[in-house]
Design a protein around this ligand. Structure first.
Ligand code: MG7
Ligand code: MG
Length: 312
């Protein structure tokens, strides 16, 4: 550590990164002093003390394409594909979304008021998937046909974490299997460093969907309450005191809670909303250390990890 502090004094890595962040038009940083202090601790700790906890939908994956068309979430994979094959069932998924999506993002309701609705949405949607007994290979094909797209550089980001033995926890209220198939298809395999906390479809002996894992994870319970503490992976990340948290929604900001430690969490948030909604943007600035405004890339997260890796 002493050696690292010495080296840190010799390099301008952190001031250079701060300069980069503060000069980007689409990067908001309410408190640069705190960000620099967190970065300093993380750089001193190095890769060995770091863990990345990331949301998937509209964080690792892109929100919209170049034409401004909305891309798919993991659940959305069913909406699109089922609509094509079985319009009647597809319409049920679409109707659920039309009803519950506005509730999820309503500024008028409290989290407590939203939670029962989210439980109903996820529960009903998962019920439809199980009822239909979709097979594993059908779902893999759905993913292949889907409009899920990585943010630019997200693939390299995941690979570089793996190369430096930094665990990546993908914490998703979406469907974990869909993320797995997507990574398999895009990266060839799931990197060893990558772990999932998500809703997993369970398959029967004939590889047909028969149940979902418990507990249910929806937008507003992404914290330690849903983490199985006895898993080997939980022990694997126990000594990782420095957290880089990546998310795009208000529900993502507590994904680090429950990981017992005394190190900093650097929270990086994608703001996918409208530029006109300054109130929402200010809210993001309050809860995320760094806000990336309509940024289709992984450049900032990659630079942070590069600095952490550079001094050891
Ligand atoms: N989300 C949650 N559910 C659904 C669904 O059944 N269909 C679609 N299209 N989207 C869904 O990654 C979590 C996000 O997934 C969405 C049950 C929610 O909007 C949530 O924010
Ligand atoms: Mg998300």
């Amino acid at each position: 550590e002493a050696e690292c502090i010495e080296q840190l004094k010799k390099t301008d890595a952190i001031p250079l990164l701060m300069n980069f962040l503060l000069n980007q038009e689409n990067v908001l940083c309410r408190d640069p002093t705190t960000v620099a202090a967190k970065l300093r601790k993380m750089v001193i700790g190095g890769a060995g003390k770091t863990v990345v906890i990331s949301d998937f939908d509209y964080t690792l994956s892109r929100f919209e394409n170049e034409q401004g068309e909305r891309l798919s979430t993991t659940h959305g994979v069913f909406d699109d594909n089922v609509m094509r094959l079985k319009p009647e069932l597809g319409q049920k998924f679409i109707d659920l979304k039309a009803k519950y999506y506005p509730i999820e993002f309503s500024p008028k309701l409290t989290m407590e008021e939203k939670i029962p609705h989210m439980e109903t949405w996820w529960g009903t949607s998962h019920g439809l998937i199980i009822n239909e007994k979709f097979s594993k290979s059908t779902i893999e094909e759905f993913v292949r046909q889907s409009r899920i797209v990585f943010r630019d550089g997200a693939e390299d980001f995941i690979q570089s974490l793996d190369a430096h033995n930094i665990p990546l926890v993908i914490f998703s209220a979406g469907i974990g299997n869909i993320i797995e198939y997507f990574l398999q298809q895009k990266l060839g395999a799931i990197p060893r460093n990558t772990h999932f906390i998500s809703n997993m479809i369970l398959f029967d002996e004939e590889d047909k969907a028969c149940a979902f894992s418990e507990p249910l994870i929806h937008t507003f319970c992404k914290n330690s309450s849903v983490i199985q503490k006895e898993t080997s992976f939980f022990h694997e990340i126990a000594g990782r005191v420095n957290v880089i948290l990546l998310g795009d929604s208000m529900g993502d900001i507590h994904m680090d809670v429950g990981v017992e430690r005394d190190g900093p969490t650097l929270k990086v948030g994608y703001y996918n909303g409208s530029l006109e909604d300054t109130e929402a943007m200010e809210h993001y600035e309050q809860v995320y250390d760094i806000v990336l405004v309509r940024d289709p890339t992984f450049t900032v997260a990659q630079k942070i990890v590069d600095v952490i890796n550079s001094t050891h």
